[in-house]
Design a protein. Structure first.
Lengths: 572, 344
C-alpha cells in the first residue's frame, strides 16, 4: 500500500485524462455484460413470445391467438385459479414468516441458529418433493389422511401447502432483514410515553416493516404463480397457468398458444415486480444513519411462545422432508413397508441414472462459478459505473426480468433461439454450456439483487478516493470491493449452485444424451409414476445441496474472519 | 497358483479386449436417437442392436412422448436427431405432415403386419409394437370399497365407481387422447361423448401422464386407473395387487414406431438401425415387454398380459384421429376441463 502511494506521488499526470480512459474501459465492460443479457435473455424471449402473434406456419395473425385464448373458458378459468393460489399462498406464507421472523429478531428464544437453518431447508429441495411427501401423508393411502377431514389433497389444498413450503425461506429472509433494521430509539420513546405493547406493535413495529412485508408478498406471489412443479405433481385437475403452458406445448405441441399463456403469465408477475420496485425506493429513504440497534429484552412467556411456534414450523418442514426420505426407502408403499435401497437403482429408471446426478453436480458447479462472476461484475458496473445512463437502466431492467419468466418459457425460448440454423451460437445447443447459461439467466434476478445490496453498503467515497489516487477501477475492485463483498459473493454462488441442482423447468428442454440432469430425472420418474425413486433422487439432491451449504458455512466463517474484521472494529 | 495366473491372464486379456472395444467404439458412428421407450429398456435395446452392429453408437435422448414430440417439432428448422426409435405413430404422423421424415423402406418391410407401416410408399415410418389401452384395477382397494370388477368401458360409468377412477387428460397425454379417440370410434361421435359425460362423473382426477393412472392404482392411490396394458403388466410383475382388464367393447391402441429424420448427416447408420428395427430379432426383443408386435406371427404370450389383446384391438383410424385431434381436444376441454373446480 505504501509503495503504491509513493508511485502515485512520483507520477503526477493530469487526473482527468486517467479517469476518462478508466471510464471507457468500464463502459466497454458494461456493454459486454449487457450483451450477455441481451443474447441470453432478451433475444430468446423475443423468439418465443413473438410466436403469440404468429400462426403455426409463421404468418403474422395479430392478436387473433389472444382472442381465441380468451374465448376458451377452460383457459381463462386458469387465470382465476392461478390468482387464487397465488394470493392464498402469499397471505399464509407471509403470516407464517412474519411471526417466525419476529421470534428470531425480537425474542430471546433459545436455539435461533438451529431454527433458522431448518427454516431455510426448503430452498435445498426440488419443488416436486413437497408434493410427493403430501401424497404419502394425505393421499388416499396417506399415513395421516384423516387430518384433511375427507378433503382431497389433489388440487388447491395440495398446491398451496407445497407452495407455502417452497416459498417460506424466501419470505423469511426478506422479513428478517426488515425487522432487523428497527430503530431502538423509537421503542424507547414509545415505552416512555407508556404505550401498551400491542399499541407499540401496531404503531411502531408494523409500519416499520410494511415495505418488507409488501416485498416478501410480491416475491412469494411471483414464485407461487410461475412454479410448475407442485401443480403438476399434486394439482390433480385444478388448472393453473403454469400447467396450461405445459398442456399446450407438451400435450398438444401448440407453441403459439403456449406463447400466449406465457405472455398472460408474465403480466401479473411483471406488475408485481414494478410495484415492488416503487416500494423498494421508499424503503431506502426510511433508513437513518443514527439508528440504534434494538436488543430484545428477555420475557419468559413471550420467548417460550415463540419457541413453541418455531417448533411447530420446524416440525412441518422436517415432517415433509422426513416423509420423503421414508418414501424413498419403502419397498412398495403402501403394501410392502419394509425398508431398502431398491429405489436408488436409478440406472433402471427414467432420467439417465446416476450419470445425471453427477452431471447435475458438474452443471451446478459451473453455474456457481461463472454465474457469480457475471452477476457480481454486472451489478458492480451498474452500481459504480458512470455514464451510459440509459444502458445501465436497461441493464437493470433486464436483470430484474428473469424473476417473472417461468422456466418452461425460457427453455422453449432457448430452443427457438439457439437452434436457429442462422444463429452462429447454435454450436452451443445440446452442450453443457447452454444448460449453464440458461440456469444463470433463470436465477439472475435474486443474485443480482444480493450483489446490488452488498455494493450499496459500500461508501461511494472508495471510488472517489481511488480515482484521486489515480488507481484504475479494477484495482479498487479487486483490492477493496471484492474483499468487502466476499460474504455476498459466497451467498450468490451458493444460491446459484443450489438452484442449479434443483431446477427443472428450463433445462428439461435443453439437456442432451450426455447432459441429463438429476432434477429432470425426478420430474420424469414422477411423471412415469415411479414416485418412490423420484423421492430418492430428490433426497440425493437435498443431501448434496445441504452438504455444499455446510461447506459454504465453514468456508464463509473462515473467510469472514480474514476479510470482515473491519466490520467488528467499526461496531466496537 | 496356476489357476490364479490363468485367472490373471484372463483378466488382462479381458482388459485388452475391453480397450480394443473402446477404441473401435471411438471410431464408430455416433447416432442421436430420440425415443420415448421406457427407460428401463433402453440399455437392452442398444446392447442387442450393438451385438449385430458394434460400429454404431446409440446416444439416447429419452423423455415422455409429449416432450420428445415437442422437442422434435421445436427443432424442426435445424434437426438434432438422426432417427426416432420408439415414439407414438400419431406423433410421427404430425412430423410427416410437417415434412420432417425421410421416406425409407427398410429391408424386411414386407414381413411386417400392414397395420404396422405408414401407408405411403416408401413409408416414412414403421411400427415396432402396439401399446394398448387397458383398465388397471387394484384388487385390495376394490375389496375395501366393495367395487365389483369392471369388464367393459360402460361398466366404468356405474355410480358405484364414483371418485374411484383416474384417467389421463387427453390435452396433456397421448394415452389420454388415444382413449378418447377410440371411444368416439367405438360408440360413434354422439355415443362417445355421452359415455364420457357419464364417465366424467366418476373420475376422481385426471393426470398429465398416461402411465400415472396405472401406477397410482398400483399404489392404491386410486382403485381404478385407465392406462395402458404394458404399464399394468410391469407393475403387476413388481408385486402390485393389480388386475389388468381389457374391456369387452374393444380397446384403442397406438404403436411405437421408427422414422428417419430428414437431413440427418448419418443417413447410412440411420438406415442400418431402421433395417434392424423391423428385423425378427428386434421383434422378439419387443415381445419381451409387449404382447402385440410388428411381426405378430413371432409373438409369444407375455406374462401378466391379458391374452385377448390382439382380437380386442379396434380398427384404429390414425389419419382420422390425427385430422380431428384439434376439434376433439377442444370439445373435451370445453366439456370437462372447465369444470375442474376445486373439489374441496
Amino acid at each position: 500500500m505504501a509503495a503504491t502511494e509513493m508511485q502515485v506521488r512520483e507520477k503526477a499526470s493530469p487526473l482527468k485524462a486517467k479517469s476518462s480512459s478508466d471510464d471507457k474501459l468500464m463502459r466497454l465492460f458494461i456493454l459486454v455484460i449487457g450483451a450477455y443479457l441481451v443474447v441470453a435473455l432478451a433475444m430468446p424471449l423475443y423468439a418465443m413470445l413473438s410466436k403469440s402473434v404468429l400462426n403455426s406456419d409463421g404468418g403474422f395473425v395479430g392478436l387473433s391467438n389472444y382472442f381465441a385464448y380468451f374465448k376458451t373458458p377452460a383457459l381463462v378459468y386458469s387465470i382465476k385459479n392461478s390468482l387464487f393460489v397465488g394470493l392464498v399462498t402469499t397471505v399464509i406464507t407471509v403470516s407464517i414468516a412474519f411471526v417466525l421472523a419476529y421470534g428470531f429478531t425480537r425474542s430471546r428464544m433459545p436455539g435461533k441458529p438451529i431454527f433458522k437453518t431448518i427454516a431455510m431447508i426448503p430452498i435445498l429441495v426440488p419443488s416436486l418433493l413437497p408434493g410427493i411427501a403430501l401424497i404419502y401423508l394425505f393421499g388416499r393411502q396417506g399415513i395421516i389422511n384423516w387430518a384433511l377431514f375427507g378433503h382431497e389433497i389433489y388440487g388447491p389444498i395440495g398446491i398451496i401447502i407445497s407452495e407455502v413450503f417452497f416459498t417460506l425461506p424466501h419470505a423469511l429472509i426478506i422479513i428478517i432483514t426488515a425487522l432487523s433494521i428497527a430503530d431502538a430509539r423509537l421503542y424507547e420513546a414509545a415505552t416512555a410515553l407508556r404505550a401498551s405493547s400491542t399499541r407499540i406493535f401496531f404503531t411502531v413495529t408494523l409500519p416499520g416493516v410494511r415495505y418488507g412485508l409488501i416485498s416478501a408478498g410480491f416475491v412469494v406471489f411471483t414464485l407461487a404463480v410461475t412454479d410448475f412443479g407442485a401443480p403438476k405433481v399434486i394439482g390433480g385437475d385444478f388448472n393453473v397457468l403454469a400447467t396450461d403452458i405445459y398442456k399446450q406445448v407438451i400435450g398438444q405441441q401448440n407453441f403459439e398458444m403456449g406463447a400466449v399463456v406465457s405472455v398472460v403469465l408474465l403480466i401479473p408477475a411483471a406488475l408485481a415486480f414494478f410495484v415492488d420496485r416503487l416500494v423498494q425506493k421508499k424503503q431506502v429513504a426510511l433508513l437513518s444513519s443514527r439508528a440504534v440497534a434494538l436488543e430484545p429484552k428477555p420475557s419468559r412467556r413471550f420467548d417460550n411462545g415463540m419457541l413453541a411456534y418455531a417448533l411447530v414450523v420446524s416440525f412441518f418442514i422436517l415432517g415433509i422432508l422426513g416423509m420423503c426420505q421414508f418414501a424413498a426407502l419403502f419397498k412398495f408403499f403402501p403394501y410392502n413397508l419394509t425398508l431398502g435401497l431398491s429405489n436408488y437403482q436409478f440406472d433402471l429408471m427414467d432420467g439417465g441414472g446416476w450419470d445425471s446426478y453427477f452431471n447435475s453436480i458438474e452443471m451446478a458447479s459451473y453455474t456457481a462459478v461463472f454465474g457469480t462472476l457475471i452477476v457480481f461484475y454486472g451489478a458492480y458496473l451498474v452500481e459504480k459505473g458512470k455514464g451510459l445512463g440509459v444502458i445501465r437502466g436497461a441493464f437493470q431492467f433486464l436483470a430484474m426480468l428473469p424473476m417473472a419468466v417461468p422456466g418452461l418459457v425460457l427453455g422453449l425460448a432457448y430452443i427457438f433461439f439457439f437452434n436457429m440454423p442462422s444463429n452462429p451460437l447454435n454450436v452451443l445447443y445440446h452442450t453443457m454450456a447452454i444448460l449453464v447459461i440458461s440456469t444463470i439467466t433463470h436465477f439472475y434476478t435474486v443474485s443480482h439483487l444480493t450483489a446490488t445490496t452488498a455494493l450499496k453498503q459500500m461508501d461511494a467515497q472508495f471510488e472517489s478516493v481511488a480515482a484521486s489516487l489515480k488507481q484504475p477501477f479494477y484495482r479498487t475492485f479487486f483490492r477493496v470491493t471484492v474483499p468487502v463483498c466476499t460474504p455476498a459473493i459466497l451467498d450468490i454462488s451458493i444460491y446459484l449452485f443450489v438452484n442449479a441442482m434443483t431446477t427443472v423447468s428450463a433445462v428439461v428442454f435443453l439437456y442432451s444424451p450426455h447432459t441429463t440432469l438429476a432434477s429432470v430425472a425426478v420430474l420424469n420418474m414422477d411423471d412415469a409414476g415411479d414416485i418412490a425413486p423420484a423421492a430418492a433422487m430428490g433426497m440425493m439432491i437435498f443431501y448434496t445441496a445441504a452438504g455444499v451449504k455446510i461447506l459454504h458455512y465453514f468456508l464463509s466463517r473462515g473467510i469472514e474472519a480474514k476479510t470482515q474484521a473491519w466490520r467488528r472494529s467499526i461496531e466496537n | 497358483m496356476k489357476k490364479s495366473i490363468y485367472r490373471g491372464g484372463s483378466v488382462i486379456a479381458g482388459a485388452l479386449l475391453a480397450m480394443g472395444l473402446a477404441t473401435s467404439a471411438s471410431a464408430a458412428t455416433d447416432l442421436t436417437v430420440y425415443t420415448a421407450v421406457e427407460a428401463e429398456d433402453l440399455k437392452k435395446y442398444a446392447a442387442r442392436f450393438n451385438e449385430d452392429h458394434p460400429n454404431i453408437n446409440i446416444n439416447w435422448v429419452r423423455d415422455s412422448t409429449g416432450i420428445v414430440t415437442a422437442k422434435l417439432l421445436a427443432e424442426k428448422n435445424n434437426p438434432r436427431a438422426d432417427i426416432v426409435w420408439g415414439l407414438a405413430a400419431t406423433s410421427l404422423l404430425l412430423m410427416k405432415g410437417e415434412g420432417m421424415l425421410e421416406p425409407y423402406a427398410p429391408a424386411g418391410l414386407d414381413a411386417l403386419d400392414p397395420k404396422f407401416r405408414d401407408k405411403s410408399s416408401p413409408p416414412t415410418w414403421t411400427g415396432m409394437d402396439a401399446w394398448v389401452a387397458a383398465i388397471c384395477v387394484n384388487t385390495v382397494e376394490a375389496d375395501k370399497n366393495d367395487l365389483p370388477m369392471p369388464s367393459s368401458w360402460q361398466d366404468l360409468t356405474k355410480p358405484v365407481y364414483q371418485g374411484h377412477i383416474a384417467m389421463p387428460n387427453p390435452n396433456s397425454s397421448g394415452t389420454g387422447f388415444l382413449d378418447v379417440s377410440s371411444w368416439l370410434q367405438l360408440f360413434g361421435e354422439e355415443g362417445g361423448w355421452a359415455f364420457m359425460d357419464k364417465l366424467h362423473q366418476n373420475i376422481g382426477h385426471y393426470t398429465h401422464s398416461g402411465s400415472k393412472p396405472c401406477k397410482q392404482a398400483a399404489r392404491g392411490e386410486v382403485a381404478i386407473g385407465v392406462s395402458f396394458a404394458f404399464r399394468g403388466a410391469k407393475s403387476k410383475a413388481s408385486g402390485a395387487p393389480l388386475e389388468v382388464i381389457i374391456p369387452s367393447e374393444g380397446i384403442g391402441w397406438d404403436m411405437e414406431a421408427t422414422a428417419i429424420i430428414k437431413g440427418t448427416k448419418n443417413l447410412d447408420a440411420a438406415k442400418t438401425l431402421a433395417d434392424w428395427s423391423v428385423s425378427e430379432k428386434a421383434n422378439k426383443m419387443y415381445n419381451e415387454g409387449y404382447a402385440v408386435i410388428g411381426i405378430q406371427s413371432l409373438a409369444k404370450p407375455v406374462e401378466h398380459f391379458p391374452e385377448n389383446i390382439p382380437e380386442s384391438m379396434i380398427d384404429n383410424d390414425f389419419e382420422w384421429a390425427a385430422s380431428n385431434r384439434k376439434r376433439i381436444l377442444a370439445e373435451w376441454q370445453k366439456r370437462y376441463d372447465s369444470k375442474s373446480e376445486p373439489k374441496s
